[in-house]
Ligand binder design. Structure first.
Ligand code: KIV
Ligand code: ZN
Length: 511
């Protein structure tokens, strides 16, 4: 019998700490449902003390998810722990994850605490968290640069205080695989009560080693890996869930553990996270990149046609590729539409919400012959955007482009309750449209990224546009989808401007 490796997904917490990746409450619930369908063991839903919005999002995820454990992050502070306990109150199964930094540099420069004080805070935090739930995780932040002796002391103390999972984060992505694995083995061997807790790892990808470090730790006895979909996360990101899970599955000969993940859900989840956050997946990304199972050279293709194993170590279908994804068309009825949306994790709150979404679906089906899951995901994103507070709303857009002439755009935008029209010229129709919007909205933000991807193949495919704007230290991503990429661009730009307009303040857990 192999051990079970617990998969702890932190897309909704650490993933959201990527600049511009913030998600609304509804988006978090959609992702959480997709993670639950994939049979993720623990879903870290957020940091409830960060803001009212984060608190409500963790609460909503806790209420929506039934099969996975829902976890809330808290610093080692009474008020954070109480907020997490309150947000998780209605979860079927809850976990509080509390942390404090243990490296000399973090203790001295960030916390300005002595090692003794840090142990005192950690023990107190775990005991307080245990008043809310029996499932308490403790993280020694920056463990990758902490002294092994100090880690042994603090981890022994928090186990005695009631911690059931001990997480060893490589917070700054400094570790290298062999050494990180040895650290885990040493801790498990040296801590006298180590058998009373599960050892977990949480690796960042600053040197591109997050997955390698996590797997090295698993080989040495770690039985929980913290990871994110598409490797999203602070700076260079976290270990990617799909890579960790598929490495364990594909190389089962090398690991003495297995996961419960339904790997066929991986691709849908990856696309959902990418479309919600606006972080595209690079084509050569392992497992979920568009080229991950594509064969270019004639020799490879020939080999694969003769026998798949010549060049393929995994089956594309096992991670969700090449299943028949053409789900609906022009003639599909309301109930087929509703049931596919439910399968994708979207629940309608009222009959009128369903009617509105179905109307949009029919409009899209008129323009586009085949409707894929990705089209439905984009449609949901749009329905959600419309039901949230929108300060700026696109009413009309007209563009003119002719060889030898300067492209021009005329746009009408609703700003609050009033409509305004603006006109601008640009180097192309997209440029002209965004300038026309800017002439109406007057938010001088810096455009950091503009990207267009087609949601699926064909010239009638919807264009999925991401716009990243920065202003006053805030970075936001705006998304828009339409069969007309100029309209998709205008929607994405306005979506980003709406996010900038919504000035909710949010605390960062690690700063
Ligand atoms: O990277 C890190 O150390 C973290 C902790 C809060 C677990 O994200
Ligand atoms: Zn982290």
């Amino acid at each position: 019998m192999k051990d079970k490796l617990i998969i702890f997904d932190t897309t909704l917490r650490d993933g959201e700490q990527s600049p511009g990746a913030s998600m609304t409450c509804g988006e978090k619930v959609r992702i959480a449902r997709a993670l639950e369908r994939m049979k993720v063991d623990v879903i870290e839903a957020g940091f409830p003390a960060a803001s009212e919005g984060d608190f409500s999002a963790v609460q909503a995820v806790a209420e929506a998810v039934k099969d996975s454990i829902v976890c809330g992050l808290s610093r080692a502070l009474d008020r954070d722990i109480d907020r997490a306990g309150e947000a998780l109150k209605h979860a079927e199964r809850s976990r509080i994850h509390t942390f404090i930094a243990t490296s000399p540099i973090h203790m001295e420069m960030k916390l300005r605490m002595s090692p003794e004080q840090v142990i005192e805070y950690a023990v107190r935090a775990v005991k307080r968290a245990r008043q809310f739930t029996d499932d308490v995780e403790f993280s020694a932040e920056d463990a990758g640069r902490s002294s092994e002796d100090f880690l042994c002391r603090i981890l022994e103390a928090v186990i005695d205080a009631g911690a059931t999972t001990l997480n060893i984060p490589d917070t700054v992505g400094y570790s290298i695989p062999a050494q990180f694995g040895v650290t885990i083995a040493n801790l498990m061997q040296r801590i006298p009560n180590a058998d009373k807790a599960i050892f977990s790892v949480h690796c960042h990808n600053d040197l591109g080693l997050a997955v390698a470090n996590s797997l090295s730790a698993v080989m040495q006895g770690a039985r929980q890996v913290e990871c994110t979909i598409n490797g999203l996360g602070e700076r260079a990101g976290n270990a990617s869930l799909e890579e960790v899970v598929m490495a364990i599955k594909t190389r089962h000969d090398a690991f003495s553990c297995t996961t419960d993940i339904d790997t066929r859900e991986i691709l849908t989840c990856s696309k959902l996270v990418s479309s919600i956050t606006g972080f595209p997946v690079q084509p050569n990304k392992a497992i979920v990149g568009a080229n991950a199972f594509a064969h270019e050279s004639g020799i490879h293709q020939d080999g694969v046609l003769k026998s798949r194993e010549t060049y393929e170590i995994m089956r594309a279908e096992d991670v969700g590729w090449s299943v028949n994804r053409m789900v609906l068309g022009k003639h599909s009825g309301r109930s087929a539409f509703k049931s596919r949306m439910t399968e994708l994790g979207f629940e309608f709150n009222s009959e009128s919400e369903l009617n509105d979404a179905f109307f949009r679906f029919k409009q899209l089906a008129d323009k586009k012959h085949e409707i894929f899951d990705e089209d439905l995901q984009a449609l949901i994103t749009e329905v959600n955007t419309d039901t949230e507070e929108e300060h700026f709303k696109l009413i009309a857009l007209k563009v003119c482009s002719e060889t030898g002439e300067k492209p021009e755009a005329i746009v009408t935008v609703k700003v609050g309750a009033q409509e305004f029209t603006g006109t601008a010229e640009g180097s192309g129709v997209v440029d002209a449209s965004l300038k026309a919007i800017e002439s109406v909205t007057n938010i001088a933000a810096d455009l950091e990224l503009y990207s267009v991807n087609n949601i699926n193949s064909g010239t009638d495919a919807q264009g999925d546009v991401t716009v990243r704007l920065a202003k006053g230290g805030r970075v936001v991503n705006g998304l828009g989808a339409d069969t007309d990429i100029v309209i998709a661009s205008a929607k994405a730009y306005l979506n980003a401007l709406n996010k900038l307009e919504n000035k909710g303040v949010k605390k960062h857990p690690q700063v």
